[in-house]
Design a protein around this ligand. Sequence first.
Ligand code: PMT
Length: 402
Amino acid sequence: MSLQGKHIVLGVTGGIAAYKSCVLASRLRKAGAVVHVIMTEHATRFVAPLTFETLTNQPVVSDLFARPSTWEVEHIALAKAADLFVIAPATANILAKMACGIADDMLSTTVLDTRAPVLAAPAMNTNMWTAEATQRNVETLRARGVHFVGPEGGFLACGDEGPGRMSEPETIFAAIKDLLREKRDLTGLRVLVTAGGTRERLDPVRYLGNESSGKMGFALAEAARARGAQVQLICGMTTAAEPAGIPIRRVDATRDLYEAMTELAPQADIVIQAAAPADYRFETEYPQKLKKQEGAPLTLTLVENPDVAAAVGRLKQPGQTLVGFAAETQALAENAAKKLDRKNLDLIVANDVTQPGAGFGVDTNIVTLITRDRSDQLPLLSKAEVAERILDRVMELRGQGE
Ligand code: PMT
């Protein structure tokens, strides 16, 4: 999704997180967006308007410098020009004003006037965020279609710990890109994605694992989120960069994945299992490092792990779509079709992991999408594009495709 030429109005209110909005403004401009900054008077006490003017190469509108004669015209022009309105940081005060329709300064007037989608990145003290008044305002705004990113938990500038920290600029940037996408056909759907490999421990220093980087699962999670879904990731061991702004539950062994999946999968509309769980674990996990026995072979016994996808298949809910992957090294279609049935899946994504450019670790994949009535072989594509094709097929299966 390119931001080239998109007009983004960035409303900055008075909080310490305003400094992070400078990074956001710069990131947006580098991505090709035209960024118009409106600052409240309080915001100008945290960051000078000149900083934003320099970063965006656009005049900053702030209440301090508001000229009553042009005010009306200027706020209408900005409200109309906006492809997206972002408020970061959004204080409890601006959220309350927006919820009540108060328009008493340049920012609140313009946001009331705009018909563009609005994204708020709240930042405030934990007690202010959890206060009933704020939560009700957030509910009201959500019901009116205002989008939210964050706040995150952690240490706050005031010394408290808890929810209230503004999301990182990169997370807000990802949310902006998602909102400006035209295809948002997964809006309202809950998507659960697994990624990465599980680890079966032998002793404190050794384990049985595989080379799944998490790239395929992460691409799916990002694509689903960009198309409007509410996404949850469950990840084993991964080496790829985690997608910003998607909640991740970490698991270690296949049995941990089994627990997490049997708990969370029944609540999802779409479950996509791109993880590579180990089929076997060591019969004994040693509490201390196993000592080398000079000259003597070491025999270890492996026992079978639960089949997570099959368990999720047994728990399948009405209206739910289950997607699995098949990592094969031979008889791709035949082996994948067997897994489709055995695991009660609606769709299996078969990849021959011996092919160059396919499978573990790489940024591309070569897959065949197999359902009970059809098999579609796709060419070498980026994992991001493979993810889009999988979601297109899922939406077709759900009777909502093109
Ligand atoms: O992470 P990347 O580096 O991007 O690599 C992507 C990938 C190669 C890991 C991915 O494309 C892929 O093929 N994932 C599935 C790997 C795998 O475990 O395949 P399988 O054929 O062994 O398993 C079939 C299905 O059952 C999979 O959906 C798997 O998640 C699931 N499974 C397997 C074993 C098990 N005990 N429980 C399971 O749920």
